[in-house]
Design a protein around this ligand. Structure first.
Ligand code: FES
Length: 125
């Protein structure tokens, strides 16, 4: 563990997954933590009721980079229902924990996902 971060966190920080932004996405969620300023843009592509692709672009701390990265892995291939059920705690668990002062990184990622899914639903109406 480095500075209280799990090996899983460090793996994602060293090699963040699915970086970038999908052009003309089916859903997009932009979330900024008003206190620390970390900023996450999550874009998704949906096919047959599942998230076929997810990309993240994050400007922020170690926790945010890791949470955003693992979130894209968690949602890729997931049904929209399963993706909607992902919580901040689920992201923390998938990262094998976050230090207490970085738990809000997972909340940032979960919130961006909520927004991306809401964007997608709004587009369908
Ligand atoms: S320091 Fe606040 S989410 Fe990273």
């Amino acid at each position: 563990m480095a500075d209280g971060y799990s090996e899983t966190v460090m793996t994602h920080v060293e090699r963040p997954r699915n970086r970038g932004v999908i052009e003309n996405p089916d859903g997009a969620g932009i979330e900024r933590n008003p206190v620390c300023g970390d900023l996450l843009t999550l874009t998704i592509r949906v096919a047959d009721g599942r998230i076929a692709e997810a990309r993240q672009e994050v400007k922020g701390c170690t926790g945010s980079v890791a949470a955003s990265s693992i979130l894209t892995e968690m949602v890729t291939g997931a049904t929209l229902e399963a993706a909607a059920a992902i919580t901040a705690q689920g992201i923390v668990d998938a990262l094998d924990g976050l230090p207490p002062h970085r738990l809000h990184s997972a909340a940032l990622a979960a919130s961006a996902l909520r927004k991306a899914l809401a964007f997608y639903r709004a587009k369908q109406e």
